[in-house]
Each structure stands twice: as structure tokens, then as C-alpha cells.
Design a protein around this ligand. Structure first.
Ligand code: ARG
Length: 266
């Protein structure tokens, strides 16, 4: 199952790389072709995301959609720049920014001191916190009660961090997954006793599954987290454009409107 997925994503990477190469081959070498007079302002920025975190970023009929997608598209419009979307996955998103194959990352990325050493973040656009998903009849009431139990997280996320902080970096029960849906699947199949992840995504799964036999718990130690849009460190021009667009959509109510679309009471 896991291998199959990896295969698929490497295949996607290979195909994607091929497309990029051919795009450079035709457009890059012959600036005169078409005579569109493309200037620097026509640059299309590549936005990377891990489109497996509903309702923030997800794939619907092969299209990347969700809260963050609407937010960044609105920012681009307000900030006056063009974007194209790339479903990179989580770890490759950070690699892509390092290598320059991705210009902008938006993927419910929590602004952390550690990440700030390597990347620049926009102003926050969303407030979140961790939650614990357990069976409805579970006696677990707080994070510490999970000691000795198997806990699923998406690897290299703040969910993984809170578990490591509580039980140690080498905690045996910790299972890190490449993506969030795999951890939730394993929870429903009984392969892990709990999942720790962002509130928005876990609440989405809880709502989605009709026959609710599980519950969500918030531990007192879970701090407020803020999502930011990420670029490679020092990419100040890009960041100014993003913050400018973000400020505009905060002021004109667009950000709130997008929030209501996905999280308003229905
Ligand atoms: N907010 C958490 C973090 O920054 C989890 C984000 C995971 N997002 C995703 N699209 N997979 O570590």
C-alpha cells in the first residue's frame, strides 16, 4: 500500500519533471516565438501544497481545491501576481522550496521557530491547534494517557512534535506517515490507537464519517498555532507581494468570506 503510493508519486514527479523540461525547451530558448512580449510581471509563480489535508487542500476531480487554495488565489489576485499549483506532497514541498522548483508554499504550515531558520513566513492567515483522535469509548482524556499506545501522526509536522515532546524523540509507539489520510486510515483499521493532528482536518474527518465511534480531545499543553505562507529565506520581493495581498483580503473581508465557506456553521 505504502510502496504503491510512493511509486505513484515518483511517477507523478517524473512526469511532472518531463513537463517542466519540455516547457523550458520550447519557451525558454526561443523568446521571440509568439511575440507576446512577456516581461518579468508575467512570471507565473509555482505554489506547492500537500493536497491531502481536507478541507484546506485536497484533490477533487484531479483539481487542487480547498480553503488554502482560495486564500492564495485571492492573495495573488489582490497582490497582482500569477500562480500555478503543484501537488508536491509534504516533505517534497520543503525540498522544492530549497531547490527552487517551488516558489511559494501554502499547506496549513504552522509558523515555527525551527522553520523560520530556513524559510520566511507571511503574516498568519489562520489559527489552529492540535487535537487527539481516539475511539469513542477510549478512557484517554489527555495526551499523557496515550503513554504506551500507538499514535499516528503525519511525519515532520507539529503533531509529531507534540508527541515527541511528551514521550521522547524515540518513542516506540509513534508512527509517522507521509500523509494525513494514511494515518487516519490506519486508525480506522485499528493499527494505531490515536492520531494527533491539526484540529481543522480531524474535525473534517469526524463530520464526514456518519457512524461516529470516535471523539476528539484537546490537551492542555497544545498551544495555539498560526498558519503562514512560506517562501525560501531572503525572497523578500515575493514575501512583500504576499503580505500585501494578504493585508488586502483581510481588510476587504475576503479572507473571512473564504473561512465562512469552509468552516461557517451549516
Ligand atoms: N500544521 C501542521 C504543521 O505545520 C501540519 C500541516 C500539514 N499539512 C498538510 N497539508 N499536510 O506541521
Amino acid at each position: 500500500m505504502k510502496i504503491g503510493k510512493k511509486w505513484l508519486s515518483s511517477l507523478a514527479l517524473i512526469v511532472g519533471a518531463g513537463l517542466l523540461v519540455s516547457a523550458c525547451g520550447s519557451g525558454g530558448q526561443q523568446p521571440a516565438a509568439g511575440g507576446s512580449g512577456a516581461g518579468a510581471s508575467d512570471k507565473v509563480y509555482v505554489v506547492g501544497t500537500d493536497a491531502a489535508y481536507p478541507p484546506f487542500e485536497m484533490l477533487e476531480a484531479d483539481k487542487i481545491s480547498g480553503h488554502d487554495v482560495d486564500v492564495l488565489n485571492a492573495i495573488a489576485e489582490a497582490g497582482g501576481f500569477k500562480v500555478e499549483w503543484k501537488n508536491t506532497g509534504w516533505d517534497p514541498l520543503f525540498d522544492g522550496l530549497d531547490k527552487g522548483t517551488v516558489d511559494i508554499g501554502i499547506s496549513t504550515i504552522t509558523i515555527t521557530d525551527k522553520r523560520k531558520q530556513k524559510y520566511d513566513f507571511s503574516e498568519p492567515y489562520f489559527e489552529a491547534n492540535q487535537l487527539i483522535l481516539v475511539a469513542e469509548d477510549s478512557p484517554v482524556q489527555k495526551l499523557a494517557d496515550l503513554k504506551g499506545k500507538k499514535i499516528g501522526v503525519q511525519a515532520a509536522t507539529t503533531g509529531e512534535e507534540v508527541v515527541k515532546k511528551a514521550f521522547g524523540d524515540t518513542y516506540e509507539g509513534l508512527k509517522g506517515y507521509d500523509d494525513m489520510p494514511s494515518s487516519v486510515d490506519d486508525f480506522f483499521n485499528g493499527r494505531v490507537d490515536a492520531v494527533v493532528g491539526d484540529n481543522g482536518v480531524l474535525q473534517y474527518y469526524v463530520k464526514k464519517i456518519e457512524n461516529k465511534k470516535f471523539k476528539l480531545i484537546k490537551d492542555d499543553s497544545f498551544e495555539k498555532e498560526y498558519y503562514g505562507i512560506m517562501v525560501k529565506k531572503g525572497n523578500t520581493d515575493m514575501m512583500n507581494k504576499i503580505n500585501d495581498g494578504l493585508k488586502k483580503i483581510k481588510e476587504n473581508g475576503k479572507l473571512q468570506e473564504i473561512y465562512n465557506k469552509y468552516f461557517g456553521n451549516k
